[in-house]
Design a protein around this ligand. Structure first.
Ligand code: IVH
Length: 670
């Protein structure tokens, strides 16, 4: 088959993306996808040069500039930065700096300034006699666009220095950006009005700054960080950090993630620290800029082409990509909630391969208007699970249809209902196999009964064979039944039966959690267990009495009472009790001395013990567990690979404990 049709298709796609990116500032795909398409076309043209047309996007870089704004020649070229993709490249940069300085007769070790690399749009601001006169985009580095009127609408941009001693001419360089929360609000509003969502805050900032009508720009939540001085008359600085301090003193916003370092080791540590902070920052950054501090050294180092040799950008992986939405599937959870999720063509986002993403509920899918077959924008911010931001409407295939929730449960074919006031669709059939299986999986899971050797797979097989339907059935499984299954020998079957039997003695709170009562998570289950002491007392309680438990609100209380009121659930509890499963508080738990009473904990990261176990021990000592860090948190327990919570705790000055620290605190008596 000839490659000509594919080449023509690629040319057309690239032409459209190019126009969208450069002229409309409304990119339709991310950079990596664009590069892939371009490379595919390049390789087709290399294999068959006859396919190379004069208008092929491989034959030129960039697109025609918008003609809406007057051109401004920069007084000094606006440089770009070479990248360091990893620590080795960062160290290589430092070694080159040291070598070049030595060659210039400077033996002193360089001091560096690190700054967050703001993911926005570079601009140049000219202040004459301390008054903002003119502002321009970077353009091609030599010539930019005059966006003065639009820049005046940026609230954090000072229109004057308020300094009678101001130098005649100062050129300030910085980055225009849109804070993340404001961007999300804009996209939510657009989606609600059926408008295409924006790809990312950076391009939206660029588009907003290049509005023809400044009144439009004024409605956009643009913000500014300044990071350099360009042309300057009448003042001289010995170092970059002095220049920044000088700008800051004149009201120009300087990003707080700016620091001076005396060694490359300290620079490396700062890159790691800023990388950890990244998910919790209120704006997007895509790396750390490392600059040689001494101006004399910068001059000695000079630049090659567009890149100064005295600075480098340590880049973080991209967190937004586009990919194809292959299917929308629906999963039935153990409480009967229907959870739609996206099946995606595998794509690497922020260093992780993403194949699935949650779609929350039907409303969310309609609000975003994502359809099977769409090219969608996928985002992964830090440790947050992947999200589908929205579709690339330009690339929607013909005939793509809006998603509809199934009218009948995909697992049991019973009708699906959507209770008033809820966004979730539910299968109400208590015997729905999917619900039953999910409940069984939950029951044996780590935070609940934690039955070793009985995992998801075995549970699914026993369920399919009709050997178990409810959690209590597990305790009736015999060694002989297991021996009849593939992969089981006498010994492993005996072990599995023994670990099922051993789970009967798990603490009441964990068994209660294992029952899968809607809204009752590990912590609530533990608190409820401690409050009521036995399952009989809990089953007899009113919603008001359940709501008396600390941390339990009326929604949870109603859910608990409703659950026990159901005859099937009551039968399950009776069955479990009859089989010897523990449903009351042990004497030791009741007597626990609460030396941590009133102390609030948040746990994050990976620990060597199950998180449920640690939480149970903290609660047993009187402590409280919260899901997110706030000023009310007393301790953050941070395991390996802790991310945004650690960053937030550090910012708020919350005490941080590692695993050894919490173990020690638990061991200490009141
Ligand atoms: S310094 C020679 N500092 O990154 C200095 N740039 O890849 C050139 N950027 O065009 C720029 N934050 O738009 C510098 N703290 C920072 C920055 C920063 C973001 C952008 C800027 C520049 C691009 C270079």
């Amino acid at each position: 088959m000839s490659d000509a049709p594919r080449a023509a298709e690629l040319r057309e796609l690239l032409r459209r993306h190019n126009h969208a990116y450069h002229v409309l500032d409304q990119p339709t795909v991310d950079d990596a996808t664009y590069d892939l398409l371009l490379r595919e076309l390049q390789s087709l043209e290399e294999a068959d040069p006859a396919l190379r047309t004069a208008d092929s996007p491989t034959q030129r870089v960039g697109a025609a500039a918008s003609t809406a704004f007057a051109e401004i020649a920069h007084l000094q070229p606006m440089l770009s930065l070479a990248n360091a993709r990893d620590i080795d490249e960062l160290v290589a940069f430092h070694e080159r700096v040291v070598r070049l300085l030595a060659a210039a007769g400077i033996d002193e070790p360089p001091t560096y300034v690190t700054e967050a690399k703001i993911d926005g749009l570079a601009i140049s601001l000219l202040y004459r006699d301390g008054v903002f006169e003119r502002g321009a985009t970077r353009g091609n580095g030599e010539v930019g666009e005059d966006v003065t009127a639009n820049l005046r609408t940026v609230r954090t941009l000072p229109l004057s220095f308020g300094d009678p001693q101001a130098p005649t001419l100062v050129e300030v360089r910085g980055e225009i950006y849109i804070p993340r929360a404001a961007f999300d609000r804009m996209n939510d509003e657009r989606a609600a009005h059926g408008l295409p969502v924006y790809m990312n805050p950076r391009n939206t900032a660029a588009g907003s700054l290049r509005q023809i009508d400044p009144r439009q720009t004024a409605t956009r939540p643009l913000a500014l960080w300044c990071y350099a001085v360009g042309v300057l008359d009448g003042v001289a600085f010995a170092s970059h950090h002095e220049a920044l301090a000088w700008l800051g003193a004149r009201g120009l916003p300087i990003n707080p993630l700016t620091a001076v370092h005396r060694s490359i080791e300290s620079v490396v540590a700062e890159c790691a620290r800023i990388g950890e902070l990244r998910p919790s920052l209120p704006y997007d950054i895509d790396g750390v800029v490392v600059k040689v501090d001494a101006i004399a050294m910068q001059q000695a180092l000079g630049s090659v082409g567009r890149d100064p040799r005295w600075a480098v950008a340590f880049k973080f992986p991209a967190t937004t990509r586009t990919t194809r939405l292959l299917d929308i599937r629906v999963n039935v959870g153990r409480t009967g909630a229907l959870n739609p999720y996206a099946v995606l063509e595998a794509v690497e986002v922020g260093g992780v391969t993403v194949r699935m993403a949650t779609l929350h509920n039907e409303e969310d899918i309609h609000r975003k208007d994502v359809r099977v077959g769409d090219t969608v924008i996928v985002q992964r911010a830090g440790d947050v699970i992947p999200q589908v931001v929205g579709p690339v409407l330009d690339l929607r295939p013909d005939g793509a249809v809006p998603f509809a929730m199934p009218e009948r449960c995909p697992a049991c074919s019973e009708p699906i209902v959507k209770p008033d006031g809820e966004v979730q669709h539910r299968c109400l059939n208590l015997r729905c196999p999917s619900r039953g299986l999910e409940l069984l999986r939950h029951f044996v899971s780590r935070g609940a009964l934690d039955i070793e050797g009985v995992g998801d797979k075995l549970v699914a097989r026993l369920f399919e064979l009709g050997l178990i339907a409810r959690p209590s059935d597990l305790y009736r499984i015999t060694q002989e039944q297991l021996e009849g299954l593939d992969g089981f020998k006498e010994r492993s079957a005996a072990n599995a039966v023994a670990s099922i039997a051993a789970s009967r003695g798990r603490p009441f709170g964990r068994v209660l959690f294992g029952l899968g009562i809607p809204h009752v998570g590990e912590v609530i289950a533990q608190a409820v267990a401690r409050h009521f002491g036995t399952v009989d007392r809990l089953a007899a309680a009113s919603a008001q009495e359940v709501a008396d438990v600390e941390g339990v609100g009326s929604v949870i209380a109603e859910a608990v009472v409703g659950w026990f009121a159901d005859a099937d659930n009551a039968a399950l509890v009776a069955d479990l009790v009859a089989l010897g499963v523990n449903l009351e508080l042990g004497a030791d738990e009741r007597l626990a001395v609460g030396h941590l009473t009133g102390t609030a904990f948040v746990i994050t990261g990976t620990l060597s013990v199950p998180r449920a176990e640690l939480e149970a021990r903290i609660v047993a000592a009187g402590g409280k567990i919260a899901g997110s860090v706030s000023a009310c948190t007393d301790y953050l327990v941070a395991g390996e690979a802790a991310g945004s919570k650690l960053a937030k705790a550090t910012r708020l000055g919350v005490a941080v404990l590692d695993e050894a620290g919490i173990v020690q605190l638990l061991a200490a008596s009141a």
